[in-house]
Design a protein around this ligand. Structure first.
Ligand SMILES: Cc1cc2nc3c(=O)[nH]c(=O)nc-3n(C[C@H](O)[C@H](O)[C@H](O)COP(=O)(O)OP(=O)(O)OC[C@H]3O[C@@H](n4cnc5c(N)ncnc54)[C@H](O)[C@@H]3O)c2cc1C
Length: 381
């Protein structure tokens, strides 16, 4: 049986972020990857705060840099240009491949596997048995296996519970009536929104709902939205997936197993932005292990959990009265939000900056500290 310091199960954004930092910190890491052709659906939009958390340049996978947002509404489209980028567009398959490659270059080993059969924990460590019979031992296991988290099911016997859901598809550029700007359409579906993310050779079109027990995007609803917004309902690469939004209700640590990313529920509920939470939690899990204090991981994550709690309250209010929320967005709130995003702030930081704005309009430091102090040590960073 192979021995490792840390096994990271899942080579998505959370897993790769954890593996990179652990390898940079000198740990022997095994990253378990389910293989090409099984990429999970994701629109690949990265806000500036997410972009800043990568330990390496993403230039080779950035397909568009966005500084204008389109908000459709009853009176037509409202285009908000903030004059500086607040988001970049990547293709998730390309982004994951780059992150895996960088983690490998930094020293993480990896192996391909088709699933996990069993996990056993003891005071000495964790034994992971794969479906094909291979067994690995490590001091710690990082569960970065996404919103379905087979590891959570094995360890806790249940799925984490209701959360958000999104459905997406690609429309090749040649099929389009027009190439749209980045668009968020809060009238497209109840309890959520529709999106158009321009990616150069195609547009990613999707529907998001923040509570799937209250509203469910269907393939027909996605087709209808694509026809209305793009003039085309022939969709490629259709896929749907839950998003983990339960960090406020579930512990991210179970003995020697640290849950990160969607497996931890680290996605924010308002827009379903999950890559930032995946990076933050993956990096904090690595940092706790490298410091020899894995038990402190929930403490390190507490600020992000508090932020998610605030965003969840905002989400409830926003989608309960979506038409009013949209009107406010279209008439004044959106530029403030986007400027916050452009500065690399979280939603909560933007809200606090807005509330604490000086009479001259300049936002005070929203946290009374550096904006990126969710970071606790950047190995090699
Ligand atoms: C349709 C859609 C669009 C989205 N768009 C955006 C967006 O534009 N921007 C944004 O910030 N967020 C977006 N999100 C959310 C974002 O995709 C997730 O929050 C983020 O991917 C979470 O990263 P993760 O690494 O935790 O999990 P995942 O990305 O789900 O990665 C988990 C990985 O683990 C693998 N795996 C599963 N089981 C095992 C196992 N037993 N062993 C080993 N590996 C395993 C999976 O194959 C996968 O590769 C979107 C989500 C959806 C569903």
């Amino acid at each position: 049986m192979d021995h490792w310091d840390v096994i990271v199960a899942g080579a998505g954004q959370a897993g790769c972020a954890a593996a990179w930092d652990l390898a940079a910190g000198g740990a022997r890491v095994l990253l378990i990857h389910t293989g090409e052709g099984r990429e999970k659906p994701c629109a690949g939009g990265l806000t500036i705060k997410a972009l800043r958390r990568y330990r390496f340049a993403l230039d080779s996978v950035i397909r568009e840099t966005v500084s204008t947002l389109n908000l459709p509404g009853p009176g037509g489209d409202t285009r908000i240009a903030v004059g500086e980028p607040f988001c970049v567009m990547t293709h998730r398959r390309e982004l994951d491949a780059l992150c895996r490659e960088r983690a490998g270059e930094r020293g993480a080993d990896w192996t391909q596997a088709n699933g996990v059969r069993a996990v056993r924990q003891s005071a000495a460590g964790v034994v992971l048995e794969l479906r094909d019979g291979r067994r690995y031992r490590a001091a710690y296991l990082i569960a970065a296996d996404g919103a379905h988290s087979p590891l959570r099911r094995l360890l806790q016997g249940s799925q984490a519970g209701a959360g958000a859901l999104a459905l997406e598809a690609h429309v090749p550029r040649e099929r389009l009536r027009h190439y749209p700007p980045m668009t968020l359409d809060f009238g497209a579906i109840r309890q959520g929104y529709g999106w158009l993310f321009p990616k150069g050779d195609h547009v990613n079109v999707g529907l998001y709902v923040w509570r799937r027990e209250r509203a469910r995007p269907t393939l027909q609803a996605l087709r209808d939205y694509a026809r209305r917004s793009l003039g085309c309902d022939r969709l490629d690469d259709v896929g749907g997936y839950p998003l983990g939004t339960w960090l406020t209700r579930r512990a991210p640590l179970c003995g020697r197993v640290l849950f990160v990313g969607d497996a931890a529920g680290a996605t924010e509920a308002l827009l379903g932005e999950g890559i930032y939470g995946a990076l933050v939690s993956g990096q904090l899990a690595a940092s706790a292990i490298l410091a020899g204090r894995a038990q402190d991981y929930p403490l390190l994550l507490a600020r992000w959990r508090d932020e998610l709690r605030q965003v969840e309250r905002l989400t409830q209010v926003f989608y309960r009265s979506a038409p009013v929320g949209c009107m406010l967005l279209r008439h004044g709130l959106a530029p403030t939000l986007l400027r916050g995003y452009a500065r690399g702030w979280t939603l909560g930081q933007t809200k606090r900056a807005w509330r604490g704005a000086t009479p001259g309009g300049a936002p005070r430091d929203p946290d009374g500290g550096p904006f990126h102090d969710l970071d606790h040590g950047k190995p090699g960073g």
